[in-house]
Design a protein around this ligand. Structure first.
Ligand code: FAD
Ligand code: SIN
Length: 564
């Protein structure tokens, strides 16, 4: 039987000859930290670069980042300690070589940002003020205006890109599909089909594509992510024949604001880094005796503990008690204080109601140290990529750093590509499909609810199987249609990305890092491999992880109550 998920190649039937055509040496999909860094690196190699952004350039997870950027810049710190913390959080699945690259090349990227005008919070002596977050044994998080780091980072990098003549930034321009030679999945990438609200469909031919389209947090009803994080880039890469790894690992942030009517705004872990504590309704600390790092335990541990407390109490939320932060909450976190004031919450006197939400997509396109995927000419960096640096659970504030380090590497490698011999022999029309007439709002809401209910923090085989059946059902009638707007293509990508996550979660019959199965509550040493998925294969490819004596397997029942 033909599988609609494997069969589907392009979302829109088209003939390239009939469309406006553009050319770029390197085409970058995404204007977050990873895409902008890649674009700047490729431009430095003398390449003409186009950057696409689905909305305005500053709508991205990057611009929403709060806590900051982790890097061993302090004299008392050491990249090796950063490596050790990253490996420990990663629960036995990190790729050590990649982690070392991240932590050693990170400080140089910070210097670069400062050269470009990035302003970090500093003390009276001019030294950067360093915050602390879950899983870090030292204070090493650089931040701006308390917890408004992402906005400053995005504007610094966007200004830099706008000031670079060889980079063109196309806003409100959605990438729909990657075009490959002879339309074959796995053949070299030769261009991208795009859509712009006034210019319509167009083809951009290129020697190299850098996918930097961010994560897929919007697949879940409860999420910290912006509207752009719908997993388009993961789905597009899958259709073009890339391998997707670690799909089952979705990081849930423990503390998002839980106030009826508010968006699920993040309450940065940096707040706990300054001494706040998570408490239940009666004010009892819930992390005491759960993990040696207490409130600053890795995120998977804290989210699981909150879930356990909520299940026991039947309450909808727990609270962050920030009433004793030295120097006062509003001084250290002015942006968060004014957001809370909108909901009449004064953190100086009142514990803040919070709840976990989907936050970071660890899985994505399998890449090497230069961002190269298995599809020639296709690179990936940032949240859509799976470099192996995060293992089964990302260490806090490592992802902006990853976007910088591996974005630069991917941009430089993409600049080396040339398109000799990749003449487009395009493009036979795809078979006609039924016009899309669906209540897309309803499909989107149903998918996001099912993902939250069945594929959330606590998982089990039965619920995952139910989710897979629902997704397959929606896939059968949604993927078979041709839409002519971003809303429709986005839903098709969401369904494909969700299916990858659920299949990964079903295949991993153990609990490790962010992936927790009630029916398999402990880590399984035999499952200390990464699972990779490619089109047309029913079962995952097992990718070995270098086993290192320094990286202990996670404890059985990691994160559950242990005797204090
Ligand atoms: P993004 O920044 O998400 O950018 C993706 C880009 O791709 C956007 O420009 C989008 O428009 C574009 N795009 C997507 N699909 C398409 C398409 N089809 N066509 C064209 N363009 C497309 N990490 C930290 O390290 N420190 C923090 O303090 C921190 N705080 C966070 C706070 C919040 C609220 C959130 C949501 C995340 C936070 N993270 C943090 C995670 C971090 O922000 C992200 O992992 C990181 O910014 C991802 O960068 P990126 O460049 O890969 O993707
Ligand atoms: C936070 O500020 O808590 C988010 C940091 C991150 O996701 O890395």
């Amino acid at each position: 039987m033909t599988d609609i998920f494997d069969d589907r190649r392009y979302l829109v039937p088209f003939r390239s000859a009939l469309l406006p055509q553009l050319f770029a040496d390197v085409l970058v999909i995404g204007s977050g930290v990873a895409g902008l860094r890649a674009a700047l690196a490729a431009a430095e190699q003398g390449r003409e670069v186009v950057v696409l952004s689905k909305r305005d350039a500053a709508t991205s997870s990057t611009a929403w980042a709060q806590g900051g950027i982790a890097a061993a810049v302090d004299e008392a710190d050491d990249p090796d300690q950063h490596v050790a913390d990253t490996l420990e959080a990663g629960a036995g699945l990190c790729d050590r070589e990649m982690v070392e690259m991240l932590c050693r090349e990170g400080p140089g990227e910070i210097d670069r940002l400062v050269e470009w005008g990035m302003r970090f919070d500093r003390d009276a002596s001019g030294a950067p003020m360093l915050g602390r977050e879950g899983g870090h044994h030292r204070s090493r998080i650089l931040h701006t205006d308390g917890a408004a780091t992402g906005a400053a980072l995005a504007s610094t990098m966007i200004d830099r890109v706008r000031g670079t003549d060889s980079i063109r930034l196309f806003e409100e321009c959605t990438a729909i599909d990657l075009l490959t030679m002879d339309n074959d999945p796995g053949s070299p990438v030769i261009g991208v089909l795009t859509h712009h609200p006034t210019h319509g469909l167009q083809v951009i031919w290129t020697a190299a594509v850098v996918l930097a389209g961010g994560g897929a947090g919007r697949l879940f009803r409860e999420t910290t992510n912006p509207r752009t994080s719908t997993g388009d880039a993961m789905a597009m890469a899958w259709r073009a024949g890339a391998s997707i790894v670690d799909a089952e690992f979705v990081q849930f942030h423990p503390t998002t604001l839980y106030v009826a009517g508010s968006v699920r705004a993040l309450l940065s872990e940096a707040v706990r880094g300054e001494g706040a504590s998570i408490v239940d309704r009666r004010g009892r600390p819930i992390m005491a005796g759960v993990h040696p790092m207490g409130d600053l335990a890795p995120r998977d541990v804290v989210s699981a503990r909150i879930t356990e407390v909520l299940a026991e109490s039947g309450e909808p939320c727990v609270f962050v008690d920030a009433t004793r932060i030295s120097g006062g909450f509003a001084n250290r976190f002015p942006g968060l204080a004014s957001r809370l004031a909108e909901f009449d919450v004064d953190p100086a006197t009142t514990p803040i109601p919070v709840h976990p939400a989907a936050h970071y997509t660890i899985g994505g396109v399998q890449v090497d140290a230069d961002g190269a995927s298995r599809v020639p000419g296709l690179f990936a960096c940032g949240e859509v990529s799976a470099t192996g640096v995060h293992g089964a659970n990302r260490l806090a504030s490592n992802s902006l750093l990853e976007g910088l380090v591996f974005g630069a590497r991917a941009g430089r490698a993409a600049a080396e590509c040339d398109d000799a011999g990749r003449r487009p022999r395009l493009l036979a029309e795809a078979p006609p499909r039924r016009a899309g007439e669906l209540d897309l709002v309803d499909v989107r809401a149903s998918l996001r609810s099912a993902m939250w209910r069945n594929v959330g923090i606590e998982r089990d085989g039965e619920k995952l199987q139910d989710a897979l059946e629902m997704i397959d059902f929606w896939g059968r009638y949604c993927l078979d249609k041709t839409f002519d707007d971003v809303e429709g293509w986005e839903i098709q990508g969401m369904i494909a990305a969700a299916r990858l996550i659920v299949r990964g979660a079903l295949a991993r019959t153990e609990s490790r890092g962010t992936h927790r199965r009630r029916d398999h509550p402990d880590p399984d040493p035999a499952a200390r491999v990464r699972y990779g998925w490619v089109r047309g294969r029913e079962t995952p490819v097992r990718i070995p992880v270098a086993v290192d004596a320094a990286e202990a397997d996670p404890l059985p029942n990691r994160g559950r109550k242990v005797p204090s």
